[in-house]
Design a protein around this ligand. Structure first.
Ligand code: FES
Length: 605
């Protein structure tokens, strides 16, 4: 990308001990370190109260703040010692980080990301002095005095029962603070038990992961179909439902909330966790799903110019989403970049660390709507391409979801055909990955020409005698028989061509905007459940992803769910997701005059 046109947010180069990192201008050195997995001591989480976040800037240190002056001797200040959470990254500099006095816990989540555990949910066991006629401090003052490094504010709900809890528990209580709010005072020591639930709220499938916030370990995972399914398979049909029937929005909200509630109950039961021990949940979903679960009218999302009601959602409780958890449990709802690049993609980018990697990477989440992000730690471009229902199986004659009975892998040689069917049962249909494999195989063997047409029977016989007999007709249409009753039709090939052309046009336009070529892409991340099944070689062969060496195409799995987990495990990562909103530039495809021509140019295999 040339310097002049690059969408470069200002960045600063830092050298933490020996580790070079690049961070947005103006973030604190504490955040800069945390985002890059560099551990700095702290018990207050960057609030400036614990004075533990010691760092040294030997060369031209910034002017000391009033807190620095209280934390260090004059000699230390001269030597460049500062509090990391008070010093901003405003110029390239080397920072010395002393070894930790306490070992921070870290967890590996996302696409191989190492996250230092600093959840928003903090529990403190307190043994408080009982009040006397002399000591007239209020109940709340007594508690807050012990939490001065966290500086929380108290909720009315806590105050209602605080007096009784303190007295019944002999002033031995556990304070539960979420971010900056004291949400509960529990009798006795409950510090070992704090949990959160991360949700990937998909249009088709919803996944819930119960996390132990003390260790970062998943305790239980469960998934189910989104109960909104009867309203249609994709976001557009669900938005249309709300436009046709005034009662549909309420119904869709209820169904989404029921889905979350059932999953929450299931993971708590499986993990033997009392729902009251769940103090925070995180939800990553596309813009439509997020609007619907919050009961926000999605109509403007469904028509040009595709406007969201908001990018950032207001603070809500888990209870507002219909989830049974601690009554004051918080809900983190992932913000969206645009109507068609939603919170699931924000979460996915967080999980993939796209904004911290120096390599140019391409992130492709394939579904009915395909979200594409290209970039590295210096710049990120995003777009959405309408891929249509080919990958969900909806528009394919024998198409089905990737469930039992679906052909998920097709291996073809001139001498025969091998199928892998989910559940090892007789094939009932073809899912997205099987579709791509089948078309790839047929193109490679010359049974489909590059325009996507089945070749005449005699040509097929010459090229692959063992397979030519499978080319037949069903009704008026030419088809290729894969298994008993399961075939690929000429029209199916067309559907895949359209989907592939939309996606390829999307990433090609992004490459062009960045002044790069396919060869510059160092990694392609295939996100989402479909991406995980897709054979990288097939995706390359049909031009769905750039022509890079096959090992550079990496199925990344459920990155939205991973991002949601990261937000629960680390406040810093959560802040990183917000920062992404500033860093991603959205490129709209639908208003480009050249889109149609380029789309047509990408139709061939
Ligand atoms: S992190 Fe506690 S004072 Fe800086």
């Amino acid at each position: 990308m040339s310097e002049s046109e690059a969408p470069l947010p200002p960045r600063v180069n830092l050298l933490f001990n020996e580790r070079p990192v690049r961070v947005p201008y103006g973030v604190t050195l504490f955040d800069a370190a945390s985002w890059n997995g560099i551990a700095i001591d702290s018990t207050c989480g960057g609030h400036g109260t614990c004075k533990k976040c010691r760092i040294r800037i030997a060369d031209e240190p910034p002017a000391p703040t009033s807190l620095d002056i209280r934390a260090y001797s004059a000699e230390e200040l001269r030597a460049g010692w500062r509090l990391a959470c008070r010093a901003a990254a405003t110029r390239d500099t080397a920072v010395e980080v002393p070894p930790l006095t306490t070992r921070p816990k870290a967890a590996t989540v996302g696409v191989g990301r190492q996250v230092i555990l600093r959840p928003a949910v903090v529990k403190r066991y307190l043994e408080l002095a009982e009040p006397t006629l002399r000591d007239q401090a209020t109940d709340l003052e007594r508690v807050l005095a012990e939490l001065d490094d966290l500086e929380p504010r108290a909720e009315l709900a806590v105050l209602k029962t605080l007096g009784r809890t303190l007295r019944e528990a002999d002033y031995k209580i556990t304070a539960v603070v979420v971010d900056d709010v004291l949400i509960a005072a529990e009798p006795g020591d409950t510090t070992a038990r704090r949990f959160g639930i991360a949700f990937d709220l998909g249009t088709t499938t919803v996944v819930a992961t119960l996390l132990d916030l003390s260790t970062g370990t998943p305790v239980a995972v469960d998934s189910m179909l989104n109960k909104q399914q009867p309203f249609g398979a994709d976001v557009i049909t669900r938005i249309s439902a709300t436009m046709l029937d005034p009662g549909a929005l309420d119904k869709l909200r209820e169904l989404a909330q029921e889905t979350l509630a059932e999953l929450a109950a299931a993971v708590c039961e499986a993990g033997q966790v009392d729902p009251y021990e769940v103090y925070e949940v995180a939800v990553a979903g596309n813009a439509t799903m997020t609007h619907l679960v919050l009961g926000i009218d999605p109509e403007p999302l469904g028509m040009a110019p595709f406007i969201m009601s908001t990018r950032l959602y207001p603070e809500v409780l888990a209870a507002d989403l219909g989830i049974t958890a601690h009554p004051r449990a918080r809900a983190v709802v992932f913000p969206a970049f645009g109507a068609y690049v939603g919170g699931d993609i924000t979460a996915g980018l967080l999980a993939s660390g796209m904004d911290r990697d120096p390599r140019v990477r391409l992130f492709v989440d394939i579904g009915t709507n395909c979200e594409i992000v290209l970039g590295n730690r210096d710049w990120l471009l995003a777009t959405a391409a309408p891929a249509g229902p080919a990958f969900e199986g909806a528009a394919i004659r024998c198409g089905m979801r990737a469930a039992e009975g679906a052909i998920e892998v097709v291996t073809m040689t001139p001498d025969g055909l091998e199928l892998k069917v989910i559940g090892d049962i007789p094939a009932a249909g073809l899912c997205g990955s099987g579709l791509v494999d089948a078309v790839t195989g047929l193109v490679r063997l010359g049974l489909l020409d590059s325009s996507g047409r089945f070749v005449p029977a005699d040509e097929a016989l010459a090229r692959a005698p063992a397979l030519a007999g499978r080319l037949t007709t069903v009704g008026q249409e030419r088809v290729f028989m894969l298994a008993d009753g399961v075939y690929l039709s000429q029209r199916d090939v067309r559907e895949l061509q359209f989907a592939k052309a939309a996606i390829a046009t999307g990433w090609r336009i992004l490459l062009e905007e960045a002044g790069l070529t396919e060869a510059d892409v160092k990694q392609v991340l295939l996100a989402g459940s479909f991406g995980s099944y897709l054979a990288p070689a097939s995706a390359i062969r049909i031009g769905l992803v750039p022509a890079v060496p096959v090992q550079r195409v990496v199925p990344a799995g459920n990155v939205a769910g991973e991002g949601a987990k990261m937000a629960l495990l680390s406040l810093r990562e959560r802040a990183g997701a917000l920062a992404l909103l500033e860093e991603v530039r959205y490129v709209e495809l639908s208003d480009r005059a050249d889109f149609n021509d380029r789309f047509i140019g990408q139709l061939s295999f």
